[in-house]
Design a protein. Sequence first.
Length: 411
Amino acid sequence: MARAVRLSTRQGWMVVAGAFGVMFATFGAAYSFSVFFTSLQQTFGASRGEVSLIFSIAIPLYYVVGAMSGPIADRFGSRLTCLSGVAIGGAGLIFAAHADALWQVYLGFGLGMGLGIGFSFVPSLAAVQRWFVRRRGLASGIAVSGIGLGTLVVPPIATELISSLGWRNAWIVLGLFIILFGGIAALFTDNSPERRGASADGGIIGPHAAGGPSTVEGFGLREAVTSRAFVLLYLALVVIWIGASIPFVHLVPYAEDYGLTHGTAVVIFGLIGVGSLAGRFALGGLADRLGRRKLLIAMFVGLALAQLWWLASIAAWQLALFALVFGACYGGFVALYPSITVDYFGPRNASGILGLLYTGGAAGSFVGPKLAGDLFDRFGSYAVSIGIGAASALIAVILMTLASKPISAKS
């Protein structure tokens, strides 16, 4: 019995490790986009709005496709779904590297990376929710910290690759990395502990397990999406992503506009990853004790304050402080959302519900980067778009305050 419990616990943490690796590879490559911004502008003679559209296509697809990949993973398993995702994402990046026109980059990076992450992010993250209850916030925080570490590590590597190989070959290297490293990590994802004779938090199912076979509880998809809690969680994601998506495209160009070197700007951008790691690790476990909903509201407040600080930031130290605080709050809310979703609706249809919920993020993230690029092209400044992002975060605070407390966990 004790050996079976240890094995079940180990399997759960291997699923966390697999999700971590998938997110490290895919999001690390995707969030290095800002490093390629200037090269793409110069190669294709494009405006900031036109280049921003590449990322504005990719991010919404993460979440729109998640609405499909979640139910697919619930039916066919997260491993196959994630393997498909990393293959599509890596191939898309390699295709974009051979582009002769900007529309081909829209297809390769925008569509390819969007589909790739869409088929790997939600299934891998939802799989973690099925293996944990008491430590769900901690497990989710560790899994999504792969995004933070990828944001910290991959952009500087991409910068060196661009310097030595050119931006096209840099994308080929990153595409192969997604396929190989991400593919290996995807093999460890598993969204069915019951099939392995296990249950959440190291429990086991079988003739000698106390209580016998367990039934996975939770809302049906229709019941969940028609609830007031779902609507408020959904709208909060829409508005928070308007501002949260802007720095991933425009922070490096913003820093360069104020006279900082490209290398310094990339280092500052990497601090988003540092803050994100801290937010995902520290806040995930803290939320299990203090209440996930309350801490989510605090993260939204922090994002609003960080963006107000960004409005007045022109020096390197000011932008570095913004990147750290923004990263921590961004990482915190991304880590908390899957767990809060299961708190409200249960684990039975976690992939499907989370996938549908994340389409709200698609709408906001489509608006943010492209809007910021277009407003810069018109006014020569990011001030209006940053102000819109701060206001959107405050609206998200109001929406989550109106949401009722989840009944399955601390709020």
